[in-house]
Design a protein around this ligand. Structure first.
Ligand SMILES: N[C@@H](CCC(=O)N[C@@H](CS)C(=O)NCC(=O)O)C(=O)O
Length: 209
């Protein structure tokens, strides 16, 4: 999602493809950037910033004209936006990972299919809550698009591409369709196509399960 945010801002930036199937995110070069071995990391003037919540918050503060998050009138409302980003980062994102890449957690095929079904059950109330929220408005914050929509879209796109039958959550599906029309998302997905082609050419692409 930092890619969606950076595309929305319109500032020049470069992305670096990490070959996770070749464990490049655990290489000494990458660990020097992010010792946690996690993606994403944003390097600003040679200084790395990690964690989606921090990266998106920093981008919002640095480029306020891009309106990645709606303007707030109190400190409490501003921190509530952080809570929304943290919800996607700390609750939704890990459940999506357990569904999309269960083999990361357990090698045994039967156990990993159990990981997937537990992730589906655990995620259900959250998808329902999000779907209800989107029945009231087009975007997470009503009429105003924000990068929280970007995080939701990323999570949904990933889980559906991995075989999650998302059709019962009609409002999230409609949200994803709206997102795909936004130029920042079109450009971010174009970058993804280039990355997938590159990984395929190197024999390092693993299709979502
Ligand atoms: N808390 C981190 C988590 C990021 C995360 O889990 N990224 C995944 C890719 S979507 C990752 O780096 N996985 C590699 C691994 O865990 O080995 C954040 O929000 O930035």
């Amino acid at each position: 999602m930092p890619t969606i945010a950076l595309e929305e801002i319109g500032v020049p930036f470069e992305t670096e493809l990490l070959r996770m199937n070749a464990k490049q995110h655990k290489s000494p070069e990458y660990l020097a950037i992010n010792p946690k071995g996690k993606v994403p990391a944003l390097v600003v003037d040679g200084q790395p910033l990690t964690e989606n919540v921090a990266i998106l918050t920093w981008l919002n503060r640095t480029y306020p004209e891009a309106k990645l998050l709606p303007k707030t009138s109190s400190e409490l409302d501003a921190v509530r936006q952080t809570a929304d980003l943290a919800f996607f980062s700390g609750t939704v994102h890990p459940l999506v990972t357990r569904f999309a890449r269960p083999g990361k957690f357990v090698a045994d095929d039967q156990v990993s299919s159990k990981v997937r079904s537990v992730a589906v059950q655990a995620a259900h109330p959250f998808w329902s809550m999000i779907d209800d929220r989107l029945s009231q408005a087009h975007w997470w914050y009503g009429d105003e698009w924000s990068i929280v929509d970007g995080y939701l879209f990323w999570a949904w796109w990933r889980v559906v591409a991995s075989g999650f039958p998302g059709v019962r959550f009609q409002n999230i599906c409609a949200h994803a369709d709206r997102m795909k029309l936004r130029p920042c998302v079109v450009r971010a997905l174009d970058r993804e196509v280039v990355n997938v082609a590159q990984l395929k050419s190197e024999g390092l692409y693993k299709a979502p399960s």
